[in-house]
Write a protein that binds this ligand. Structure first.
Ligand SMILES: [Zn+2]
Length: 130
């Protein structure tokens, strides 16, 4: 059985690890356009572009689609396997997409660890400790 102090230390270490991992994801997500294999024109951001009025695979995934088959037109989002199909072999977009999914998971864990920290704090002040 862990003491309250050991639990608190473990929780803040986990909190710090998650914050670091989320930061790493943010770096990976921040500039996906240049790594998409649809982009032509090399590394110069002023020269590079995507031909035929297309966008990156990732932008296409997040734009979703309109479904007009039903009673009312509806804007829909692609599910995971559809997203994977659109991204296909594009490594740049896949890397970014994975980072976005990973960040979602990390943020869920971060919410859990925040609640843990708060409950440890509440339990230790309740005990009447000085
Ligand atoms: Zn791409």
């Amino acid at each position: 059985m862990k003491t309250q102090e050991e639990k608190a230390l473990a929780a803040v270490i986990e909190y710090d690890r998650l914050m670091g991992a989320i930061y790493e994801c943010r770096k990976a997500i921040s500039n996906p356009a240049n790594e998409c294999d649809r982009v032509v024109g090399g590394d110069d951001p002023w020269q590079s572009h995507i031909p035929d009025g297309k966008q990156t695979h990732l932008a296409e995934v997040f734009a979703g689609y309109d479904d007009n088959d039903g009673f009312m037109p509806m804007h829909c989002h692609y599910d995971h396997s559809e997203a994977m199909e659109i991204i296909g072999e594009c490594e740049g977009c896949r890397k970014t997409f994975d980072a976005i999914q990973e960040r979602k998971r990390l943020k869920t864990s971060l919410g859990t660890i925040k609640r843990t920290i708060r409950s440890i704090a509440r339990n230790s002040t309740k005990g009447g400790a000085a």
